[in-house]
Design a protein around this ligand. Structure first.
Ligand SMILES: [Zn+2]
Length: 278
């Protein structure tokens, strides 16, 4: 007769065999995350940290809406949360923030209540790249030595980098037009000031988990400029967090070991070095 629990044993043995075949999980920093009211209601900070643990994620870059939610998470685990000052929530959103003339002053005041590692994520496109509110936020980021996370086209990223010669930009989702040759040209032009996160683009760069040669070539040419990330823009993505991290780890695993370590962890650690050292 079958002993009770033997099926469990077989399943556990299979799981650990799979884990062994994949090798130990490298440390990871998730370079792009969100935590909003809808998520905070279901997942208190302890539950978020349990999600990170289950996925082997050491740290996460988080923007809150309203912004204080990122601080709530940070206070629960200061060593694991890299908080960005978001500007959305309470009636302001990604479509209209650039028209709110009171925003720069509010951001300046909020920065004093930090600590903050950056400002963003800001959604902006070429037609609005000349807005004064944007220019003011870029200058605030530069003045406070903060990373600016931008979701936008190349024109917007260029505008930020030209407005403030010392500002550092984290460009979300491989940009709005994810083409290796475009990104390579931007990285060549803005060495040491531009970083790019791969969030939400895993299927595009690695269909069915197989990294395409043109993306491999880009990561090998600029191994210090890319951060992997999930982008938890919804509760659903938080609920499937571990599976999404596994998807990232699967394509990263085909890169040389030193490049894997950079994309998974070291590039983010270097970009946010000042904040992590404080
Ligand atoms: Zn995002």
């Amino acid at each position: 007769m079958r002993r009770p629990g033997s099926l469990t044993f077989v399943l556990l043995a299979l799981a650990s065999a799979t884990a062994l075949a994949m090798g130990p999980r490298l440390p990871m920093i998730d370079g792009h995350g969100h935590y909003t009211v809808a998520e905070a209601e279901v997942l208190p900070p302890a539950a978020v940290l349990a999600k990170l643990d289950a996925a082997g994620v050491r740290r996460i870059v988080v923007s809150g809406a309203p912004p204080e939610l990122a601080q709530r998470l940070y206070r629960a685990a200061p060593g694991r949360v890299i908080p960005l000052l978001g500007v959305y929530g309470r009636g302001r959103d990604k479509a209209d923030w650039m028209r709110d003339a009171s925003l720069p002053q509010q951001v300046a005041a909020a920065l004093a209540g930090g600590p903050w590692a950056g400002i963003g994520e800001l959604h902006l496109f070429a037609r609005d790249a000349d807005k004064t509110v944007f220019a003011d936020l870029v200058r605030l980021a530069a003045a406070h030595d903060l990373v600016l996370m931008l979701h936008g086209d190349a024109e917007v990223v260029q505008r930020a980098l030209e407005l403030a010669p010392s500002v550092r930009v984290l460009w979300a989702h491989l940009g709005t037009e994810p083409r290796p040759e475009l990104l390579a040209a931007m990285l060549d032009r803005y060495a040491d000031r531009l970083w790019i996160d791969t969030s939400v683009r895993d299927e595009r760069i690695a269909p069915d988990g197989r990294l395409l040669p043109e993306w491999r070539a880009l990561f090998l040419r600029h191994p210090d400029r890319f951060l992997v990330a999930v982008d938890t823009f919804s509760l659903n993505r938080w609920q499937h967090y571990e599976a999404m991290v596994d998807q990232i780890r699967a394509w990263v695993a085909s890169l040389p070991p030193e490049v894997q370590a950079k994309l998974l962890h070291d590039n983010a650690a270097r970009l946010f070095e000042g904040f992590l050292r404080r």
